[in-house]
Design a protein around this ligand. Structure first.
Ligand code: COA
Length: 112
């Protein structure tokens, strides 16, 4: 089971263009994005090894995607973990866009 009761807080950090997950005030993971118009393109998710397997990644991604919806934006899941999460959470299907070659090219230019 990957779900657990680890108490965590998820915050959007606009200056870094990522959502962070904090445990006892310490950042232990993040999911990073760039915005392309009204699309939030997620490209990388990570959880510190010491906190792996505690269900933190799904908490982080769930709250990040809830925030995308609340912001009236759409999701583009370049990050394989976010893509996997979305396969199990069809409640986001209506606001999810496919990853296209154009988006990948744009992302590459953004990330240098
Ligand atoms: C992927 C990662 C964020 C998961 O964090 P976590 O809190 O340990 O997540 P959980 O233990 O709840 O879930 C692990 C799940 O992640 C999946 N996973 C691990 N690496 C993955 C990857 N590269 N792409 C997609 N899914 C991945 C596992 O298969 C597992 O799936 P399951 O729930 O079907 O068994 C973490 O392992 C990590 O930081 N990995 C290194 C960076 C990375 O590969 N990020 C993903 C691509 S950007």
């Amino acid at each position: 089971m990957s779900e657990s009761s680890t108490t965590a807080v998820v915050e959007r950090v606009d200056t870094e263009r990522r959502y962070e997950i904090l445990v006892e005030g310490r950042r232990v993971g993040l999911t990073a994005y760039r915005d392309l118009g009204g699309r939030r393109v997620f490209f990388h998710t990570e959880i510190d090894e010491a906190f792996a397997g505690q269900g933190l990644a799904p908490q982080l991604v769930q709250q990040a995607l809830d925030d995308v919806r609340a912001s009236g934006m759409r999701i583009v899941p370049v990050c394989p973990y976010v893509a996997k999460f979305l396969k199990r959470h069809d409640e986001f299907t209506d606001i999810t866009d496919r990853v296209t070659p154009d988006v990948l090219q744009w992302l590459k230019s953004q990330l240098g």
